[in-house]
Ligand binder design. Structure first.
Ligand code: ADE
Length: 229
């Protein structure tokens, strides 16, 4: 079973995403456990529950203090082994290869940053890996944490049913997935390619490969020149 622990100052935002569809089913089937931890519960300031402070050296914004994050990770880890991930625009680009690898970690603790970020000592002493989900800046790490949990969960054995197969999907063999069609064969004059109606399995397979390659060349030529990311 895969365990996710998420450390955040906005615990409520995870309810919707993790309460429905495949993630909900994976939880019910005991394939995954997701726990959300409020950083403020670890604040030593019991009255104001503050967890951040102004940056040394000046500058705008606030920085998440080391103490609540150190204490949260220590308590969550307990005796078990866990990989600690920090989501930040300055992390390595998160990709399908990382998602696959993380399914083998067993326990993942994800720290969501905010404001100007987190105290550097957290990154240096308790974070194992840092990921960015793309070259843009979000208001916080909650959406990136959801992205990672979702991408990893669907790769946990037994989470997807046969009909939601992992074969032939985008990024397998560094190719984007080709087009799909369903009935009707002629929708308002827009027709489904003849080959898909032909019943020739070999030809269909060839066509699908060619389409995937064409799409990748057009949209993501960078994928074709890279074997590992
Ligand atoms: N926090 C803010 N923006 C982010 C991004 N693009 N990836 C990961 N964490 C973030």
């Amino acid at each position: 079973m895969m365990h996710f622990d998420i450390i955040t100052i906005f615990p409520k935002v995870f309810d919707g995403i993790f309460g429905d569809s495949i993630i909900k089913r994976a939880k019910e089937n005991k394939k995954i456990v997701i726990k959300i931890h409020d950083v403020r519960d670890f604040s030593l300031d019991k009255k104001r529950r503050s967890v951040d402070d102004r940056p040394f050296g000046g500058g705008p914004g606030m920085v998440l203090s080391p103490q609540p994050l150190f204490d949260a990770v220590k308590k969550i880890k307990g005796r078990k082994k866990a990989k600690v991930i920090y989501v930040t625009p300055s992390g390595r680009p998160f990709s399908q290869i990382h998602a696959k690898r993380l399914t083998r970690a067993g326990n993942l603790i994800i720290i969501c940053g905010h404001y100007e970020g987190i105290d550097e000592r957290v990154r240096q002493h308790i974070v194992d890996e840092e990921f960015s989900i793309g070259d843009y800046v979000l208001t916080g790490g909650e959406i990136p944490a959801m992205v990672i949990v979702d991408a990893v969960t669907r790769l946990v054995p037994g989470v997807l049913g046969k009909e939601e197969s992992l074969i032939n999907e985008s990024f397998e063999a560094n190719l984007l997935e080709g087009p799909h069609y369903t009935r009707p064969a002629n929708f308002r004059g827009f027709k489904v390619p003849d080959v898909l109606l032909s019943g020739h399995h070999q030809q269909i397979e060839q066509w699908r490969k060619a389409q995937a390659l064409k799409r990748t060349e057009e949209i993501r030529p960078d994928l074709l020149s890279q074997k590992e990311r």
